[in-house]
Write a protein that binds this ligand. Structure first.
Ligand code: GLC
Ligand code: CA
Length: 563
């Protein structure tokens, strides 16, 4: 083992288990219907029991909540609805006592239009703060600087308040003006803020929308890809050069000195960039594997996307693991606050049972990298049963519903599509018990609780030994058993029986030789296994072995040690 590898393996975050908290919907301590920091503190023992080492909190800073906190109006404080800075200090300390570390969300592609910088920019677009943003003149013909479509729909350009002849750029919501990273003063401000939080005792950051911070300049039109005359803006992120210059600088100025753990929200990564993103000396410690999340996406809108089958899912994961190889460390997810619930996205209706959910959980949890659990995933929360588009809170679902109708779909079909992918699905309150509002709040929840809470909730599953929750606990403890820790943390990944459709199987090879098999389909499956082996974990009770052949029932998953 070379010196470099030895050093990397000593980094504390190898082999850890992470959990994402979407603060607003996690746990409400004061009955205002909004989750908060004290709510998180009150659930730390639950998270510890689950086996969590790293907690990532979605943005908790003051914000007008046009995008639920991803629009920050003050980078140096906590939103009063979430608590105070001293609550945050207490959370860091209480998590620390339990051996858990906190990651915050670093949102630096844009701020809120209510941030002092933007207010000043509106007052004096030519002044110092004006140069913090991308502010352009509208041509005398009325033409905008380019025809890019914002991620949440409509043009990326919005008239600058008080200046009818000028527009500003927003990649996301119009209340999220993009910060101009070409301006060194902007970068200094961001780095100073990140260092300030690290000094307070957090372990690092999840870095939001990071592939968008570098723009292709000058802005220019591209061929329209929809009837709105606009064009998908991700393309420039896919081809722009120079992103790495910013990321390297941020790493060297902020992350390296603080030995921070960092994880990039990297979409649209360019093929040759992966080694730079998370290779040795990568810009980040890790990045999410989104290959299956982006599977089937098409330019025309949600209505044009392909559905993902369990076979497609498997192929995405296999390819991503292969691409990452031995030297890069991915973070593996099946859910986050921007996606539907995994049971609905990855499992066919007949597999949407506790058995199916366990099998899917096992399939991703034992991969090489850091498994992230999204709140509620550990109890198998499902999509919200929307009955009308008026129930959507998510700006993207509202936009995509409109896009589907404009493309000629009927109302029912448009509803089905936008309800299936709405970000609201992941954002309904966590289902803690079967009391009113699922034990999330004593008040009126900011987003309705999924009516499924009487069937799916933490309290019921805590008490039932064969529940999904207890299966997650068992997976976490297996990964942490000293005997297997090293193999799960650093062991090689090797696909097995890759040609077998929905059988997702792989070896993990290190000091021990482990084999993970997940039969992601209703039919029985069998493999020839002429080895002596021991069952370490099983989603079902028992398994049949006959003449060196292992039989897996439909939706059965198993971890074996080959002896
Ligand atoms: C990221 C976040 C998403 C947010 C967007 C803009 O993709 O995960 O929730 O809307 O960035 O900040
Ligand atoms: Ca509250």
């Amino acid at each position: 083992m070379d010196r470099n590898t030895t050093e990397r393996k000593s980094a504390w975050w190898y082999g850890r288990i992470a959990y994402q908290i979407y603060l607003k919907s996690f746990s409400d301590s004061n009955g205002d219907g909004i989750g908060d920091l004290r709510g998180v503190i009150s659930r730390l023992d639950y998270l510890k029991d689950l086996g969590v080492d790293i907690l990532w909190l979605s943005p908790c800073y003051p914000s007008p909540w046009a995008d639920h906190g991803y629009d920050i109006s003050d980078y140096y404080d906590i939103d009063p609805r979430y608590g105070t800075l001293s609550d945050m200090d207490e959370l860091i300390a209480e998590a620390g006592k339990r051996g858990m570390r906190i990651l915050l969300d670093l949102v630096a592609n844009h701020c809120s239009d209510e941030h002092a910088w933007f207010r000043k920019a509106c007052m004096d677009p030519e002044g110092r703060c004006g140069r913090y943003f991308y502010i352009e003149d509208i041509a005398p013909s009325g033409k905008l600087p380019c025809n890019h479509r914002s991620v949440f729909g409509g043009s990326v350009w919005e008239p600058l308040p008080g200046h009818p002849d000028k527009v500003y750029l927003h990649t996301f919501h119009k209340k999220q003006p993009d910060l101009n990273w070409e301006n060194p003063e902007v970068r200094e401000n961001i780095y100073r803020n990140a260092a300030w939080w690290l000094d307070r005792g957090i372990a690092g950051f999840r870095i939001d929308a990071v592939t968008y911070i570098k723009k292709e300049l000058p802005f220019a039109d591209e061929p329209a890809d929809r009837e709105d005359g606009l064009c998908y803006l991700g393309r420039s992120a896919e081809s722009v050069e120079g992103l790495g210059v910013f990321l390297r600088e941020m790493r060297d100025c902020v992350f390296v000195p603080a030995q921070a753990f960092t994880i990039g929200e990297v979409f649209n990564d360019q093929e040759n960039e992966l080694p730079l993103m998370i290779g040795e000396d990568g810009y980040f410690s890790s990045m999410f594997d989104f290959s299956h999340i982006t599977f089937g996406m098409k330019r025309l809108g949600w209505y044009s996307w392909d559905r993902i089958t369990t076979e497609d899912y498997k192929q995405c994961v296999m390819d991503a693991q292969r691409r990452a190889g031995k030297r890069r460390y991915l973070s593996n997810v099946i859910e986050n606050h921007d996606r539907p619930r995994a049971a609905n996205r990855y499992l066919p209706p007949e597999g949407r049972t506790e058995a199916g959910k366990k099998c899917l959980a096992l399939a991703y949890f034992m991969l090489r990298g850091i498994p992230f659990i999204y709140q509620g995933q550990e109890i198998g929360m499902e999509n919200y049963p929307f009955r009308s588009a008026a129930e959507f809170d998510d700006v993207t679902a509202i936009d995509e519903y409109r896009v589907s109708l404009a493309a000629g779909l009927g109302e029912d079909q448009a509803l089905e599509i936008s309800a299936g992918l709405s970000r609201d699905n992941a954002r309904t309150p966590v289902q803690w018990d079967e009391t009113e509002n699922a034990g999330f709040t004593t008040g009126m929840p900011w987003l309705p609780v999924n009516p499924g809470y009487t069937r799916i909730n933490v309290r019921e599953q805590e008490e039932r030994p064969d529940s999904l929750l207890n299966f997650y606990r068992a997976m976490a403890s297996l990964r942490k058993e000293p005997k297997y820790f090293g193999t799960f943390a650093w062991g090689d990944f090797e696909p097995a029986w890759e040609d077998r459709g929905s059988l997702l199987a792989y070896h993990r090879k290190g000091e021990r030789h482990l084999l993970v098999l997940a039969n992601l389909k209703p039919e029985e499956e069998s493999v020839l296994l002429p080895f002596r082996c021991q069952v370490l974990l099983n989603t079902a009770e028992g398994c049949r072995m006959e003449n060196g052949r292992l039989f897996l029932a439909g939706w059965q998953g198993i971890v074996l040690e080959l002896l």
